[in-house]
Design a protein around this ligand. Sequence first.
Ligand SMILES: [Fe+2]
Ligand SMILES: [Fe+2]
Length: 304
Amino acid sequence: MDHNYTYQAVLADAERVNTWRVEDLIGDDKALDFARPFMPESLARTAGLSFLSEDEQRVLNQIRGHEYLYIFGLVEEFILPFVLDHARVRLHDDDYRVRALLRFAGEEAKHIQLFKRFREDFTDAFGTRCDVIGPPQEIAHAVLAHHPLAVAFAILHIEWMTQRHYVESIRDNRDLDPQFRSLLRHHWMEEAQHAKLDTLMVESLTQACSGDEIDRAVDEYVQIGGLLDGGLQQQMQFDLDALERATGRRLTPDEREECCAVQRQAIRWTFLGSGMTHRNFLDTLGTVRPGARAKVEEIAPAFC
Ligand SMILES: [Fe+2]
Ligand SMILES: [Fe+2]
């Protein structure tokens, strides 16, 4: 991909933009408003479930918001150690690189805490148990067992995905709960720098790999997607269980089947398809290895 990203410029942007604290966004008088949706419809996809009342659709939307908090916290559990490891192998040759990567790691640690704090407030106010997959450390361990370049591809996918969610569906959406929207906006602000740093990480890792090794890494990136997809499908079932618990409504077998079909693709699009089809992600794949882009483009429709 053609770009002019440098560690020095990204660090300067991060120092200018990224000045918020977790306490600025949640706690005290900053409460979630459960009268409003938390997620944009393009990610939640609840409106098409016409057998659910408006209130039930909103509850499912909010459960999907809880899921979003949790899954982001979960993926950041593997991003944090990966970035630290990537910084550590070359601590002495570029001061800007070290500082930019350590700042990246510090921001992800802050995001993990931010998502946890929002989940705590959600859980206290929602009043119904929402089960989650995990534990995150175990999933992180399974992801990190793959080739470092494969993990870097997965992280690049996640960073661009965050940008896309905000720009396409959240920035101009005035219906969403203002607190939740503020969380997504502040996360987006810092992730913009991460996406650039990740592009630099991918490029530096590919320089040390043969063509065959890059091909293997692309295959392993697809495997990481499959691993996450398995977890997401379980999470989708947990979300529907929580909907039944929260609303007291028992879905008929036909309704449950329709919910599963719609929500399966909704959760896939949210965390997999919207990253796999991001233009910048595909451009980077195309640049580092001919054929890699086409391979991902071929499988992406299943996750859209
Ligand atoms: Fe993050
Ligand atoms: Fe990030």
